[in-house]
Design a protein around this ligand. Sequence first.
Ligand code: XMP
Length: 515
Amino acid sequence: MNIDKVLIIDFGSQVTKLIARRVRELGVYSEILNINHLKNIKKLESVKGIILSGGPASVTQKKYPKISKEIFLKKIPILGICYGLQLISKSFGGKVKNNKKKREFGRALLFEKKKSVLTKNFFDKKITNVWMSHQDAVTNLPKGFNKIASTKNSALTIIENKNLNIYGIQFHPEITHTQNGKTLFYNFLFHICKIKKKWKIGLQKKRLIDLIKKKVKGNKVICALSGGVDSSVSALLINKAIKSNLICIMVDTGLMRKNEFKKTYKIFKKKYKLNVKLINASKLYYSKLKNISDPEKKRKLIGKLFINIFEKEAKKNKKIKFLAQGTLYPDIIESRSTTGKSTKIKSHHNVGGLPKKMRLKLIEPLRDFFKDEVRSLGKSLGLTDKINNRHPFPGPGLAIRILGKVTPDKIRILQDADHIFINELINKKFYNKIWQAYAALLPVKTVGVMGDTRTYEHICLLRAVISEDGMSADYFKFPQWFLDNISNKIINNVPGINRVVYDITSKPPSTIELE
Ligand code: XMP
């Protein structure tokens, strides 16, 4: 992208992605580059600042990942975080020691020792709370650097070299537990890198549309439209570029939320005038899934059926040369190996595995963006809030939320329960506070009593989580009255369910879906 940007060099930290998010939240475009790909970078012209991430390596070992001195001396402002700080220190003659006795994990108090542009408005009366995660520590200042702040266990927690525009911090400002972490990024971006241009996803629309036009020329693009945010925004964007040359296929597997698929189809066809074809394959899916309980087998079968249907459609028109996917930036970085080998898209992505055999070229207009950015783009494209703010939904749909064998009867029961749950979340204004919520059916029946009659019915499990990107999550803390109401409502309105439970596990150790 040819706009002012910040390059984040990734040394393998679990939270590098958060650095990119924080920078973009402040209106500056950022890209993550794996340390192993650094050699491939040709020019640093539009790079206005470099951030070195944390990582599992140690500069106290014989071999450790590093960047060339040449990059350090380019006078492009550099901010090293955790491993980044240690690497800066080592590269400029400082000392880094592995000290098990003085390691810091979790919250730590940071004390200001000297004023710095980096820490403007960061401290509250010379003290603040930061989040640490390290065992190695810088013990001797590198040449030309000053000490800015210390904790009890590590004297050199923030250092700077104003002449070279190089800054290092031991804690993690990208993690929300660090008080005012955003202020540090703000100071780095706007006072040190002096970036003026404010980056906004909405302003990217025209550029993205032009890029698609250029790439596709007079050919056709096929797109699997599920009605989820990612595929919907991709489809609207591509439609703006090439109109009816975009062919959207909606495969109704019968495994979607209640009534949602047909409603979404109508919206795309009538409101957005997309060239969209609805294929009803629910009977085929139900019959093939009939005797399968194993979740991985379900996934494979559902994926294979989908590919067959999709392939058949793609073959119908020789002018189809491209396949559109709603791949997002986290899909790309999560699947990039830290050893720098090939990039593979997350295997559970909806249409992963499709293109090779079909020899279609990929179009992934959202591959540079995070989910919240995609939602902003959706908004600027006029996508209705109902779709734009919709919770994520897995490709295999309700099949992995019905544990054990999938039957049309169980699907109907689950769709009804889920519908009640989701509507209640919307009515009671919880929906937009939750990252993802759904109902599932457990594979056991239990005894109940309704009126004077004994029942033997399904258990409905409700799950609602808060998360930033689905990689980790915590369960949503509902008030007691909501849980009371929803349990009653589901049992009173959905024959087939006589017990409702709420899942109170986070991820990890659990996952979001039950499978
Ligand atoms: P887990 O269950 O792994 O899920 O914690 C993390 C997020 O991924 C979604 N998910 C999927 N999304 N195709 C998708 O597009 C899939 O096959 C799939 N499986 C899980 C899940 O709903 C959650 O948001």
